[in-house]
Design a protein around this ligand. Sequence first.
Ligand SMILES: [Zn+2]
Length: 478
Amino acid sequence: MPEEQKKFYITTPIYYVNDKPHIGHAYTTIAADVLARLHRQLGDDTWFLTGTDEHGAKIEAAAKKAGKNPQEFVDEVSAKYSLTWDQLGIAPDDFIRTTEDRHKKSVAIFLNNLKNSGKVYGGDYEGLYCVGHEAFIKESDLVDGVCPEHKTKPEKIKEKNWFFKLSDYQNILKEKIEKDEILIQPNTRKNEVLSFINQGLEDIAISRPNVKWGIPIPWDIDQTTYVWVEALFNYCSAVGYGIDQEKFQKYWPADLHMMGKEIIKFHCIIWPALLLAIEIEPPKRVFANGFFTVAGQKISKTIGNVIDPNDWVAKYGADAVRYFLLREVPFGEDGDVSEEKLKSRYNSDLANGLGNLFSRITNMVEKFLDGDVELTKSPRDLSEVSEAFYNLDFSHGLEVAWETVAWADGLIDKAKPWELHKTEPKKVKELLINLVAVLSELALKLSPIMPDAANKIREALEQEKITKPSAPLFPKID
Ligand SMILES: [Zn+2]
């Protein structure tokens, strides 16, 4: 990890508010929150952005179905996102909504600059559009005439659009990605993007003439901006593009865009090309996490196995959900989660592991040392934990941390302080000083992942007199 202080601008996608948040949204956003907390801990000037994407035909339709006007509808769903993040202990520096004035103003400036770049032209589009995707879809992508993902027939569209010359950026994008000037991780995603670019890039429509719920094209107000184009721009508008130049220059380019792997092409092709057109540096790094199955099955509304993260938080607490998701699956890979697995990890790793160690140590300090312990330097080096988190290898970092939990438990079992204190009180004191130091260091290193528990541990250990807390850190769940 670098020593000097830097700025660190990290983002999640802004989530589409056609439905409430699920476990996949929570996963990406928790990981981003962990990195933001870690960078703040390292002293970096950190800015963590998340938010909601609120325009487009799909939202218009969802609002209509719910019997609401679009603004009323997006207000409600967007609030569900920010409440859920709050429940999960996620603390962004900013939460942007694309229906906010600051975004609309910034997008208008961006679009004018894009037009002035000479990379925009008017033309006719004839083809297929999948409303589920909010994107044009090729005939060759259909299976039995329907979108394979949404199982719906695409709309046949013939309309006048404004286009962006994405095809002009094929070589420069390829070069920047190959040279890791735009670093795409994991490597499988980088290869996927490169092979897509190598097939040849086509120009894209950036406006829609028949979608009312959107941001008007400044020079053609009968058209609204294609929702993906303005949504991507949130990363710039939120830090003041065209409005607060000082802030924009301070934070741009983004150091890390986090997302699920399904939207990697939008972020690694369309997004940097739009930025290059307006002479703005592309993002430095894009990281895509994998997908979850639930108990071996694909998550789907039809199966009814969609997980509301709030349900898990209510039962197990935010720290446990954060811990579980990052521990269970190596970040970047696909994996399987279930409440059964969460419960098992909760009881073994948290209740019987860290929580039990905390109560053992504080109990013995109270009993054998009358609560008096000076806080010293940890005899065990835990820098590998933070280093793993820094490199987004959360599961490895947690594994290393829990090796220390097991090591400390083993030390206690072997020394048997409850017997030893009768004959060798000095040795018991030395042992407990070391254990308190290790536990305190462990809490510090774990605080980006489990801020609440880490705080409780450190507060307890920093007291004048340490006493065993009245309630367990993680009460066992049957
Ligand atoms: Zn689709």
